[in-house]
Unconditional design. Sequence first.
Length: 551
Amino acid sequence: MRSDRIKVGPQQAPARSMLRAIGLTDADFKRPWVGVVNTWTDGMPCNYHLRDLAVDFKAGCLEAGLMSFEFGAPAISDGISMGTPGMRASLVSREVIADSIELVAQGYMYDAMVALVACDKTNPGGVMGVLRANVPSLVLYGGSIAPGRLNGKTLTVVSVFEAVGGHAAGKVSDAELLEIEMAAIPGAGACGGQYTANTMSMVLEVLGLAPVGYNSIPATAPEKKDATRKAAHVLADAIKHDRKPLDFVTKQSFFNAIAAVAATGGSTNAVLHLIAMAREANIRLELADFDRISRATPVIADMRPWGQYTAWELWEAGGIPLIIKRLIDGGLIDGSQMTVTGKSLEDEVRDVVETPGQKVVVTKETAFKPTGGLCILTGSLAPDGSVLKLAGTERKQFTGKARVFDTEEAAMKAVLEKQLKPGDVVVIRYVGPKGAPGMPEMLSVTSAIVGEGIGADVALVTDGRFSGGTKGLMIGHVAPEAQVGGPIALVQEGDTIHIDCDAGTLQLEVNSEVLESRRAVWVAPPLEFTTGLFGRYARLVSSAKDGAVLE
């Protein structure tokens, strides 16, 4: 065993002596050792219950003949930090989580690794870490939150963000806003639509890094406990057969994952994360891969934010396995790709149970939309590309005048003060990977625009990114970003911007000579952070088109 380097031989007596101090016995030194990274925190609901899941998983490890050791990694709540300077920490945390897993896996020479994840960046961070460690591994998703209920309506966290916009527009009273705030999030679990967390939880199953069917089980469903214990037995089998992530995660696995995101109207954050995750497997994904696959993949799941249903309701309908089976049956993904169990995706979903009469997932032939939820736009405003969640808007062409903001706060102020009008293209810049740093999400702004009732008549373009809860003609990941002198830095108030989703273009309608004259006087603003983690991140982070990874 890999861990024998730590625990076997006369020279390792000091190490064994230290480990006996924490209760290990002679029998424990003969078991495979598993590192369990727990992104638990009691600072938010998404990961609040992971401490309980860790107890269940560790119990399953003992049943399966494994010895497990738990350690922590950070989790930043996007929902809590959204719209504040705290949001800069979110994407940065993905790299810290991956580093933490790699570090501990090496430091203790564990035979296997498991990541317990929930909120947005813990999912890709967990994957990146176990791919680096490349020992038998699982990435287990804590599960979605239950939907909130108010006056017969189903609520999610996005309902609260949109209510803020409605409140600013005078459409929602103080009392109504408080009612929504109190009812939207009833307990533990990650945000309840096909937002980033649930999008990435689906990706984990499609890639084969989580037992198929496990991630669909909601956080507070009683079935989660037993499934978590059983997952330890899946890991034990992977250890027995030395089944490592890089043995079965292939480029086709990632193409399958892109198709699943497109077919469910999933989060645009998946573009960043899949590129970053693939890089850890020495696989290069291009933005063109996302556009090509999405255009060939219909939307077959009626999921929020664009649709009606929550992740809990997807589980009741048949869960992620039902989506995978429909994609395989429709020839939209390759079911022969292998998983951590040693079985193919097709084998794993062969006996999926579909709830009679469910309306969440349909077939390719009865798809809700003919093409997928992701759209890649390039052009004079985004030479290196940009990303739009097409499932969240019915408009595919838009021409308007730029309203330019150099901070998210300034844009939010304009929205709340009703300074925007139909036909505006809101430009929020200097919020890219380097500029912010950390490429914060713009959910507060986009939800306020939707809540005010002008979401169908206003577009937004940014070098930042969006929450999975965003809907509307909202274009993010514009590259190159403003901080490095991308064309978005040269946009001025009143410039004409043209968006064409069918053609895949994002154009700044300004004469090239005028742009060159603006470039001649442009100076990059100073970075807010020059030292510490954020200063180091700003210096080393790559473009959004390359996944915003650290070089």
